[in-house]
Design a protein around this ligand. Structure first.
Ligand code: NAP
Length: 748
């Protein structure tokens, strides 16, 4: 395994900028509490940045105030100059940095909390990541309203990014500062597995407060000129009603819930396991997260984790002999617990109600419950669990959902805007809404008077599908283990602010950055930090495109055809399994057998940051299992110059066009491509057609023979036909795909 990097930092710096002493004393109190909780903490005023080495810090908690007309405190003046200079010299100067900011200000003055907002913007623009949402406390209404919950939410967030030496806090409450608690305290507060009654309402409300919703930037001004709104979809019928269990049944429900232990899967997992498809191989089962390693350096653009999932022996024997390198498996992941808590809070459902078990029924016998809710007509579950595990809270909003939300609004303004969004006239605004990838919470918060019934919202939302990951080991290496490599999906969208004014220096950037996260990978990352290895629900997903190495010959020797593999980034995952499988085949090969040629094209940004599986591929190269390795570095010109590497895998292929064409056209080679459909899938196809055309240009007879095998083209004849036209080269690739010589595993 290559390039293991630390997941969490060893130390945290608490920095402040204070004019009247408020920010200083709050910062000191937070620092002191952090030290008590076992974090390795230091405390400094911002202007001492040289003394404490600001540029080398990786995890910082800022408390900063704003004075005058939005000015920063005097004891941070030098710091701002240095920050500006550093970010001018290098646009990504702080990509190594994770931060949290508490801002103090007063809404009675202009530029409320400008210091905190400016710091947030500048750090984000310089590549830093906020590990916890910025809190803006208002002296006008009482600082404590924001300060206290912000500090409370800081500890679990900090425990996710910084090491804590003790698993119990110094005041002995056992929860604070526990870095091994992988899911935040907020999440733990919502976890019903710890007792036989629902947890306290306060915990859930804290969790809701911790979720960062994104204000939507939508321009409704065109509505003013409209005479009519047309083309909105019909309102989908309401079919779903819920009823709570009686006391006895609820008691039984909680007693059963108390038995659940270290599970990170839907409470109804046993039912999913039992109600499996005919083929037991495809049935979901509980597996354990055995280990996790970050295989990218901390400076890498993306964080890639290699996770080992241990299969229980019964499941391992079900799937034995039925899975192959190249297959994937599904993981059943929930929505972010903070997002769920946020939606519940927004709907006005208190924590106790949210956790009370209920059954759903259809109010109209002629209309069935939506498929994702049907099980709840017989299996009781809480609204919170249904929202967490069954409904997709992050999928792109559909017009039907918006139309149905119109009826949940108390205010005419919200109703009109929602109607406009799903109308023909509002198409551009609707497109902008989808571009911002809002969660359901973002939408609800954008229309403050909209408060649909929770069961109504549940039935309107699409089902939450499981997520798939390629298995990157081979069965022969271990039958009871699946390994996956994935990027933790966290990214920023740039959204143009329709209300920005060019003359405003702050807003003239006219773009706001919106942070978004994937559903499954951040959750998996959190789970990997739990003290006790959690169980997750998984199911084998065989590759339906036969994306796997051909089986060995009856003699036991591997299939002799050359194999070309193209997989940049995590697209290399299945090929690691292929190489393991090939190593086993070679070990079992008759003594006089010859080793078939294999060639891997891998691409990453820089050899120092994200060269995934470097040790593994080099070892296979040294052992002769891999015949050739071509690696590209897209964002490291120095490394390219040093290693004679190309930028992208398709560039490397074009560079070696004759060898590739010869292997494909004359040596019956197999070509495998794994990656995203829009990027690598399209680009390699394009490169291959160029490679074939180029090679055949000087081989007209071979070109004619090949063209004769292709279906007759309906396109008008090329007046000056090349030996093989581009269209024919593409046809040839399609033919190879149907003959399983060109295999692609492309991901959306
Ligand atoms: P990535 O980090 O985004 O990119 C890896 C390298 O590929 C970078 O150097 C990147 O260059 C380069 N690249 C970007 N676009 C390219 C293109 N059109 N052609 C050639 N190279 C390109 O890769 P990733 O996020 O790991 O994504 C790999 C893909 O594989 C994803 O679609 C993923 O869904 C899929 N996949 C995942 C799994 C899994 O189990 N996790 C398994 C199989 C496939 P620049 O960014 O510098 O331009």
């Amino acid at each position: 395994m290559s390039d293991a990097g630390a997941l969490i930092d060893e130390r945290v710096a608490f920095l402040y900028a204070s004019q009247t002493g408020n920010a200083e004393s709050i910062s000191y109190a937070v620092y002191e509490e952090a030290a008590k909780r076992g974090f390795s903490a230091s405390w400094h005023v911002l202007d001492d940045h040289e003394k404490f080495g600001f540029n080398s810090l990786r995890t910082i908690v800022f408390v900063v105030s704003t004075t005058g007309d939005g000015d920063p405190p005097d004891n941070s003046a030098r710091f701002w100059r240095v920050l500006r200079k550093a970010t001018r010299a290098d646009a990504k100067a702080y990509s190594h940095l994770r931060f949290a900011i508490l801002g103090l200000g007063d809404t009675n003055y202009s530029n409320f909390c400008n210091t905190a907002q400016r710091l947030d913007r500048q750090l984000l623009a310089a590549g830093a990541t906020a590990f916890y949402p910025t809190g803006l406390a208002d002296d006008g209404t009482g600082l404590e309203e924001v300060v206290e919950p912000w500090i409370e939410g800081l500890w679990p967030a900090l425990a996710r990014v910084a090491r804590c030496s003790s698993t119990t806090s110094s005041d002995g409450d056992g929860a604070a500062g526990d870095t091994t608690a992988a899911v935040t305290d907020a999440l733990a507060a919502l976890d019903v597995s710890d007792g036989d009654s629902p947890p306290s309402a306060e915990g859930a409300e804290a969790a809701a407060a911790a979720y960062e919703f994104q204000p939507l930037l939508l321009d409704f001004r065109p509505m003013a000129a409209l005479k009519a709104i047309t083309g909105a979809p019909r309102v989908p019928p309401a079919v779903c009603a819920g009823s709570f269990l009686d006391d006895d049944a609820e008691g039984r429900y909680w007693a059963a819930a108390a038995q659940r232990d270290a599970l990170a899967c839907p409470p109804w997992h046993a039912e999913l396991e039992a109600g499996s498809p005919q083929d037991r191989t495809l049935a979901p089962f509980l597996a354990t997260i055995a280990s996790a390693t970050q295989i990218t350096a901390p400076e890498a653009l993306k964080r890639t984790l290699l996770v080992d999932v241990a299969l229980p022996s019964a499941a391992a024997s079900h799937v034995r002999g039925r899975w192959h390198a190249g297959d994937a498996f599904n993981i059943f992941a929930p929505n972010d617990a903070r997002l769920v808590a946020g939606v519940l809070a927004r709907l006005g459902v208190d924590a106790r109600t949210a956790q009370r078990p209920m059954l759903l029924q259809n109010t109209d016998p002629a209309i069935e419950l939506p498929a994702h809710l049907r099980r709840f007509s017989t299996t009781p579950a809480s609204i919170q669990d249904m929202l967490a595990w069954s409904a997709d809270l992050c999928s792109p909003p559909r017009k039907q959902l918006l139309r149905a939300l119109v009826d949940g609004c108390a205010e005419a303004a919200d109703r009109d805007r929602l109607l406009y969004l799903c109308s023909r006239q509002g198409t551009a605004t609707f497109d902008e809404l989808r571009r911002q990838q809002p969660t359901v919470l973002d939408i609800l918060c954008a229309f403050p008077s909209c408060k649909p019934q929770p069961t109504r919202l549940l039935e309107l939302l699409p089902p939450l599908p499981p997520r798939s990951y390629s298995i990157c080991n081979a069965p022969s290496e271990s039958d009871a283990r699946w390994q996956i490599a994935f990027n933790v999906v966290e990214y920023e969208l740039e959204v143009v602010d329709p209300f920005s004014r060019a003359e405003d220096p702050v807003l003239s950037a006219a773009a706001t950055r919106i942070r978004r996260r994937g559903v499954c990978t951040p959750w998996l990352e959190e789970l990997t930090r739990r003290a006790a290895p959690p169980h997750i629900l998984v199911a084998l997903r065989p590759n339906l495109n036969a994306f796997r190495l051909p089986p060995p010959l009856p003699t036991g020797a591997p299939d002799p055809r050359p194999v070309l593999m193209v997989g940049p980034g995590t697209g290399v995952a299945p090929f690691i399994g292929f190489l393991q499988q090939r190593a086993c085949e070679l070990a079992a090969m008759p003594a006089d057998g010859s080793t078939p040629f294999t060639w891997l094209f891998f691409g990453c940004r820089s050899p120092a940051h994200d060269y995934l599986f470097r040790n593994e591929t080099r070892a296979k190269l040294d052992a002769g299992v891999l015949g050739r390795l071509s690696v590209c570095f897209s964002r490291d010109p120095e490394a390219r110059a040093k290693h004679g590497a190309e930028r992208y895998v398709q560039d490397a292929m074009l560079q070696r066009r004759d060898e590739i064409a010869d292997l494909m056209l004359n040596k019956n080679a197999l070509l495998y491509v794994c990656g995203d459909a829009k990027g690598i899938g399209k680009d390699v196809n394009e490169a291959m057609s160029d490679i074939l055309c180029g090679y055949l240009e000087s081989r007209p007879e071979q070109a004619r023979d090949l063209a004769a095998q292709l279906p007759v083209s309906k396109a008008p004849a090329d007046p000056a036909p090349a030996p093989l036209t581009k269209a024919q080269a593409l046809q040839l690739l399609t033919l190879w795909a149907t003959r399983r010589r060109y295999l692609r595993d492309l991901w959306a």
